[in-house]
Unconditional design. Structure first.
Length: 145
């Protein structure tokens, strides 16, 4: 039996994986890739559940769990990188908007706008990347359940 947080994160991972375009590599809690797939990488990180708010009767713990999704693309020219990054960002937004409750597991799922960085290394294709925070609001009867 999985904990509520694991169940929510697994549902988020499944929603994101199914929304990613063909050729995009989607992983959960993976190290940053040494080689970026032609269409890009998306990596879900479990993040921080934070301190819950508590309701006493009956006892319920309400979390605003902050997960993170790394979006990483590369390309020789800025136009290619921008288009690939926009495709990943759009897929992420579409996945979250399709079901804001992840099948009733959460009260609401909301993503923050990314702040992308362009990283240029001599002798390699330039990379465009951002970490997108996603807040998962859910409740449980026990912080360890």
């Amino acid at each position: 039996m999985s904990t509520k947080s694991e169940t929510v994160l697994a549902a988020l991972a499944a929603a994101l994986k199914s929304a990613m375009p063909t050729g995009v590599v989607f992983e959960r809690n993976a190290a940053l890739p040494e080689k970026i797939a032609a269409k890009g990488h998306a990596i879900l990180r479990d993040g921080d559940p934070g301190q819950p708010s508590a309701l006493m009767s009956p006892v319920r713990y309400i979390y605003e769990h902050r997960a993170e999704i790394d979006l990483i693309v590369e390309g020789r020219d800025a136009e290619t990188r921008d288009a690939r990054f926009d495709t990943l960002k759009t897929a992420l937004g579409t996945a979250l908007a399709a079901d804001r409750t992840l099948g009733g597991l959460t009260d609401y799922v909301l993503g923050d706008a990314p702040a992308p960085l362009n990283i240029v290394a001599e002798g390699a294709e330039a990379v465009k990347a951002a970490t997108v925070a996603v807040t998962l609001t859910y409740e449980t009867s026990d912080p360890l359940a």
